[in-house]
Design a protein around this ligand. Sequence first.
Ligand SMILES: Cc1cc2nc3c(=O)[nH]c(=O)nc-3n(C[C@H](O)[C@H](O)[C@H](O)COP(=O)(O)OP(=O)(O)OC[C@H]3O[C@@H](n4cnc5c(N)ncnc54)[C@H](O)[C@@H]3O)c2cc1C
Ligand code: FES
Length: 279
Amino acid sequence: MIDLTPRSLHIVAQYEDGEDARHFSFCIDVPQAGDLATRAGQFFMLTVPGLGEAPFTYVSPPDKRGHFNALIRRTGSLTAALFDRVQDPVLGYRGPFGQGWPSLKSARRVLVVAGGCGLAPLAGVIDGAIDHPGAARLCVLYGARHAGAQVLSREREHWRSALPWIETFDVAPVGHRQGSPLAYLDELFGDEPPDTVLCCGPEPFMLATARDCMKRGVADRRIWLSVERRMHCADGLCGHCYVGESYACRDGPTYRYNDYQQLLASASMGPAEQDSGLC
Ligand SMILES: Cc1cc2nc3c(=O)[nH]c(=O)nc-3n(C[C@H](O)[C@H](O)[C@H](O)COP(=O)(O)OP(=O)(O)OC[C@H]3O[C@@H](n4cnc5c(N)ncnc54)[C@H](O)[C@@H]3O)c2cc1C
Ligand code: FES
């Protein structure tokens, strides 16, 4: 039977990390074996008592003590309460949920494309490529509206020194790349172009990324997106997160681009009719 009861969770540490965004370290009070079996790109449900639950991705997965990190942006009542509570509140935790990013074993060269807070769900993939370098080489293209809107400042400092890394800004500080990250794709599609693309950001941005990468020869089935839908049960029960015939909570939130297009077409709905944008 599916257990929808949240377990108790505490905030261990927090710091400002981007515009209206905060980096939280949480601790699950009594971690269980299943907590350690998370995959990059999966998510958890956070309960703020009196306000309900919302989904967030892991920046780092729970360790043996139940400690893990998340990047949370203040958007509405639940996140405002989380940011504003002065005393250490007892929160709730359910997870992990979703499929996460694919295995990169068959990839030769991987391009990670992130927009704004969309870098958070990709953190595990980037850490994995640094900690366990395999045959696949990974590079990152990260776009933000301006310098203050960038997130994961501490992680980026480490990542930038370990991997090929390009940052762009809609409004760039002097000496930095200005414009859409997609304007810089050609820098990354040189002699050895990527054969696999993982992308997370606002939905129109992800769809544009997929199209631009396909024009440069990447197969649609090798492009992965992480989509955002409203979630309630997170376990395939309530139907709030439908994408066509699929449940984003159980079958996603990561989808192959070709599968995602088919799901949208089968439901006769364009992305604009659905919720869009990751934080
Ligand atoms: C799989 C998944 C992973 C996520 N990971 C993160 C994360 O790591 N960090 C983070 O900050 N946020 C993440 N989000 C988004 C987060 O769950 C929502 O912003 C959440 O609703 C905030 O709750 P709230 O009560 O503060 O705001 P709400 O009052 O629920 O919403 C505030 C505003 O955001 C809009 N909104 C809320 N949820 C969605 C949605 N799913 N799609 C589009 N618009 C929405 C509302 O319409 C409203 O305008 C994730 C969402 C999903 C589905
Ligand atoms: S959130 Fe309930 S089915 Fe997906």
